[in-house]
Design a binder for this molecule. Structure first.
Ligand code: HEC
Ligand code: HEC
Ligand code: HEC
Ligand code: HEC
Ligand code: HEC
Ligand code: HEC
Ligand code: HEC
Length: 370
C-alpha cells in the first residue's frame, strides 16, 4: 500500500524521468511529507486504538472529532487534512462548507499524546471556529486554491525551483532555476519564504498583485519584523531558524558564504547527524581546532537542542551557534525592527503592530513605550 502510494507519487512527478535519484531521496524528507490527505501516515500509536478524550473533545480511531458542550451543543467533524510530517507532531484540519478549519487537538510526537493545538491553550472556551489562515497552507503545501480548496500536498520541487516547462520540453537544454547560481539574497529568499517567521510578517502592497516566486527577492513581497513581544516568543516562533542563524558569529563573520544549504541538503536528511554536521563545521574551522574538544561532536555543544519540542514553531536546534551553553539565548530587541537591511515602510510597520496587538493584547503597549 505505502509502496504503491510512493510509486504513484513518483510517476506523477514531472522531474522523475531525468532526476530519479533526487526524486526518490527527496520523497523521504519531512518537507516532501509535510501535508497529506492520507491519514494512514499517522503511525498506529497515534491512531487512538482507544478513543482519547480531553475536555469536551475526543477523537475516534477513524479520525472523527466529537465535541459536546454543557449547553448540549454536540457534533462530529471528519478530520481530513494532516499537516506536519510527525517528526514533531501533526495538526489536523477539517472542511466545513467551503472553508478549512483547524482541529483544537494536535498530536505531539515527543509527548506521544494528543493535546490542545498551539493557540488554543489561551482560549477560555474551546470552539471549532478557527479558520486555517492561508499562510499555514502556503508553508505546508505545494499549492492551494482558496476558492475550491484544491490542495497539492507536500512541498514540491517547484517551490524551490519554480515552474520550468521549457526545461522539461528541451530535456534540460533550457536550464531550470538552480538556487546555487542565484545572488545571495535571491538564493536565501527561497528557504526564507517558509523558514523566516519573524514576529510579524506583512504582505507588501504590490499594484500588480503578483506573489513571490523562486528567483525573486522575498523582501519585495513580505515585510518581516523581528523583536517585539519577547515574553510570548515561544508560542509564536520568534526564534525561527533563519533569524537565529543570522545572530551567529559564523554567519556574521562569513556573510553570504554561509547559507542554509552549507549544512542542509534540501533533497535528503542525514542518516548520521554527527558525522554529517562535523564535516560542515570543519569545512570552515579546520585551521583552528576547538580548544575544548577538537575531535568532539560539534553540534552537541554548539547547536544544543531545546527541551519540550512542540508544534508551535519554536526553533528546536539552536541556530545561533553559541560559544558556550550559557550564551544559548541570544538577546532579541523588544521593539519591532525590519529583518531586511532596508528600512521598514511605515504602512508595513503599522500593520505589523496592529496584527500583534490583535493577537496579543499587551503587545502594542510594549511596542509603543520602548
Ligand atoms: C527530460 C529530462 C529532464 C526533466 C524531465 C527534468 N530535467 Fe532537470 N535537468 C535535465 C538535464 C539533462 C540537466 C543537466 C543540464 C546541465 O547540466 O547542463 C538538468 C539539470 C537540472 C538542474 C540544474 C540546473 C543548473 O543550471 O545547474 C535543475 C535545478 C533541474 N534540472 C531541475 C529540474 C526539475 C525541478 C525538474 C522537474 C520540474 C526537472 N529538472 C525535470 C533534464 C531534465
Ligand atoms: C514551501 C515552504 C518551505 C520551503 C520553501 C523550504 N522549507 Fe524547509 N521545511 C518546511 C516545512 C513546513 C518543514 C517541516 C516539515 C515537517 O516536519 O512537517 C520544513 C523542514 C525543514 C527541515 C527539517 C527537516 C529535518 O531533517 O528534520 C530542514 C533542514 C529544512 N526544512 C531546510 C530547508 C532549506 C535548506 C530550504 C531552502 C533550500 C527550505 N527548507 C525551504 C517548509 C519549507
Ligand atoms: C511561515 C511558514 C509557516 C507557517 C505560516 C506555518 N508553518 Fe508549520 N512549520 C513551518 C516550518 C518551517 C516547520 C518546521 C520547522 C520548525 O518546527 O520550526 C513547521 C512545523 C510544523 C509542525 C510540526 C511538523 C513536524 O512534525 O515536524 C506542525 C504540526 C505545523 N507546523 C503546523 C502548522 C499549522 C497547523 C499552521 C497554520 C495554523 C502552520 N504550521 C503555519 C512553517 C510554517
Ligand atoms: C527545499 C527546496 C528544494 C526542493 C523542494 C527541491 N530542491 Fe532541488 N535544489 C535546491 C537547492 C538549494 C539546490 C542547490 C544545492 C546546492 O547549493 O548545492 C538544488 C539543486 C538541484 C539540482 C541540481 C543538481 C544538484 O544536485 O545540485 C537538481 C537537478 C534538483 N535540485 C532537482 C530537484 C528535484 C527534481 C526536486 C523535487 C523532487 C527538488 N530539486 C526539490 C532546493 C530544493
Ligand atoms: C562558512 C564557514 C563556517 C561554517 C560552516 C561554520 N562556521 Fe563557525 N565560525 C565561522 C567564522 C568565520 C567564525 C568567526 C571567527 C572564528 O571564531 O573562527 C565562526 C565562529 C564560531 C564560533 C565562536 C562563536 C563565538 O561566539 O565566539 C563557534 C563556537 C563556531 N563557529 C562553531 C561552529 C560549529 C559548531 C559549526 C558547525 C555546526 C560551524 N561553526 C560552522 C565560520 C563558519
Ligand atoms: C552550521 C550548520 C547549519 C546551518 C547553516 C543551518 N542549520 Fe539547520 N540544523 C543544523 C543542525 C546541526 C540541526 C539539527 C539536526 C539534527 O539533530 O539532526 C539543524 C536542524 C534544522 C531543522 C530541524 C528542526 C530543528 O530545529 O532541529 C530545521 C527546520 C533547520 N535546521 C532549518 C535551517 C534553515 C532554514 C537554515 C538557514 C536559515 C539552517 N537550518 C541553517 C545545522 C545548520
Ligand atoms: C564538549 C563540548 C564541545 C564540543 C564537542 C565542541 N566544542 Fe567547541 N567549544 C566548546 C567550549 C566550551 C568553547 C569555549 C572555550 C573557551 O571560551 O575557552 C568552545 C569554543 C569553540 C570555538 C571558538 C574558539 C575560539 O578560539 O574563539 C570554535 C570555533 C569551536 N569551539 C568549534 C568547534 C567545532 C568545529 C567542534 C567540532 C569539531 C567543537 N567546537 C566541538 C565546547 C565544545
Amino acid at each position: 500500500m505505502i509502496t504503491a502510494l510512493l510509486l504513484l507519487a513518483q510517476v506523477q512527478n514531472p522531474c522523475q524521468p531525468c532526476h530519479a535519484q533526487i526524486v526518490a531521496s527527496y520523497a523521504k524528507t519531512a518537507m516532501a511529507r509535510t501535508s497529506s490527505k492520507d491519514s494512514s501516515i499517522l503511525r498506529p500509536a497515534e491512531r487512538f486504538l482507544e478513543p482519547i478524550t480531553q475536555t469536551n473533545f475526543s477523537v475516534s480511531p477513524t479520525l472523527e472529532l466529537h465535541f459536546s458542550k454543557q449547553d448540549a451543543f454536540e457534533g462530529t467533524r471528519q478530520l481530513d487534512w494532516v499537516i506536519g510530517s510527525g517528526r514533531v507532531g501533526h495538526s489536523l484540519l477539517f472542511t466545513q462548507g467551503n472553508r478549512l478549519f483547524q482541529s483544537p487537538l494536535s498530536y505531539y510526537s515527543e509527548a506521544g499524546k494528543w493535546q490542545l493545538s498551539p493557540g488554543f491553550q489561551r482560549r477560555p472556551q474551546l470552539d471549532l471556529t478557527r479558520v486555517v489562515e492561508p499562510g499555514c497552507l502556503n508553508c505546508h503545501t505545494s499549492s492551494f486554491n482558496p476558492a475550491t480548496l484544491a490542495i497539492e500536498p507536500g512541498i514540491s520541487c517547484a517551490r524551490c525551483h519554480g515552474h520550468s516547462p521549457q526545461h522539461i520540453a528541451t530535456a534540460g537544454k533550457v536550464a531550470a532555476l538552480n538556487p546555487k547560481k542565484l545572488p545571495a539574497h535571491e538564493r536565501d529568499s527561497i528557504c526564507a519564504q517558509c523558514h523566516l517567521t519573524g514576529s510579524a510578517r506583512v504582505a507588501k502592497f504590490r499594484p500588480s498583485g503578483d506573489t513571490y516566486q523562486p528567483g525573486k527577492k522575498l523582501s519585495d513581497f513580505s515585510a518581516i519584523f523581528v523583536g517585539g513581544q519577547a515574553e510570548v516568543s515561544s508560542t509564536i516562533g520568534v526564534t525561527s531558524h533563519y533569524e537565529n542563524l543570522a545572530l551567529s558569529k559564523c554567519k556574521i563573520a562569513s556573510g553570504d558564504k554561509l547559507s542554509c544549504t552549507t549544512c542542509h541538503d534540501p533533497h535528503s536528511e542525514p542518516t548520521n547527524a554527527a558525522t554529517h554536521f562535523n564535516a560542515k563545521c570543519e569545512s570552515c574551522h579546520q585551521n583552528k581546532a576547538c580548544p575544548k574538544a577538537p575531535k568532539g561532536d560539534c553540534i552537541q555543544c554548539h547547536m544544543p537542542k531545546a527541551a519540550g519540542r512542540g508544534v508551535d514553531h519554536s526553533s528546536y536546534t539552536n541556530h545561533s551557534i553559541p560559544r558556550t551553553a550559557n550564551e544559548a539565548k541570544p538577546g532579541i530587541s523588544s521593539t519591532l525592527t525590519s529583518f531586511w537591511s532596508t528600512e521598514a515602510n511605515p504602512r508595513d510597520l503599522g500593520l505589523a503592530y496592529a496584527g500583534q496587538s490583535a493577537r496579543h493584547p499587551g503587545a502594542l503597549a510594549t511596542g509603543t513605550n520602548s
